[in-house]
Design a protein around this ligand. Sequence first.
Ligand SMILES: Cc1ncc(COP(=O)(O)O)c(C=O)c1O
Length: 394
Amino acid sequence: MPSPDDDAARRAGAILTIDLGAIAANWRGLHDAGRASGRPVDCAAVLKADAYGTGAAAVGPRLAAEGCRQFFVAHIDEAIALRRVLAEHPIYVLNGLLAGTEGDFVEHNLTPVLNHLGQLNAWRAAAQRFNRPLDAVIHLDTGMNRLGFGPDDAQALINERGRLRGLRLALFMSHLVASEETANPINGEQLSRFRSFVKAMPGAPASLANSSGIFLGPDYHFDLMRPGAALYGINPLPGQANPMLPTVTLQARILQTRRVDALQTVGYGGAWRAARSTRVATIGLGYADGYFRALVNRSVVYIAQQPAPVIGRISMDLVTIDVTDVAEADSQPGAMVEVLGPHLTPDDIAKQAHTNGYEVMTSLGRRYHRVYVEGRDDHADEAEVEDDAAGDAA
Ligand SMILES: Cc1ncc(COP(=O)(O)O)c(C=O)c1O
């Protein structure tokens, strides 16, 4: 009896396999790196943008089971959704306290990251209204000039600590501007600004490092590290070997193949013209699924270990590929091709599309059939199952 999941896989234009075991192992590795200095450094997880496209509802509980105790998201609605699957853990909302949402924070037991004095005052007023101390994170801007207490607000806080009365300080945090550039002097400048602030405001844990920041060394770890990207396999050390495990595989289905004579064009605008008689396969994903239009003539997909170039403009729901040099038996309608996987990582695609791995991951399509597995062996099993299904369909 096929399961509903099997049925959904059969109907899917593309299948995204997410390895929760690899995400958990990445978290464990970062967590242990924090412990290397011998200090009790904790490691949170950043789950904003639906856990960088991998699915916060699945990733959150898996990381909690691994031992992760604190979680960050960007929006309060992301936090409310995460609260449904993480009943107890602190969930911090990075984008701050929007006017009128205080009651939502309290109702769902969420903690705002306070980004300026106005938010601090509003949260204190809420603590008075609800007649109980409320948890808060103070975000100090040490150079990003985006969100967080600027120098004047920070000084006002240092001068008058009573401004925090009624609140329980969960954390002081700041965010690094260019942590992936290890030689960039701004890292040290931000570190020293953050240190001065923490020294002037003792009494709460401190957090500075994102993924790449963790690799800047123990000075940057403070009490809590806040990785996002590296959890999901994005390389925190650009230009060096990636220390993280890959976490996603994306396979797309061949919907149709055709022979195109030399000089004929393929796709919208006739933007690609065949230089030879070409076997073209059309696969079931497009820019509406986060397959960037910029990838045209720049990327490949893999079929049975063989690269097949992406040709013709990317359509909303379709991509055309040149399978002339791929065995016909491997490239029949129904077969699955590798769009992301062992041959092509999100960082590789990012380079081709002139973006970064973050954008590739957070653009992963909502229409993909999603399969969660635990561990790389399961990955291989999964691919086998799908290949079999593809064979049947052909
Ligand atoms: C404030 C803050 N902390 C931590 C992170 C996680 O950063 P990364 O994904 O580079 O690890 C982000 C993500 O942009 C962030 O905005």
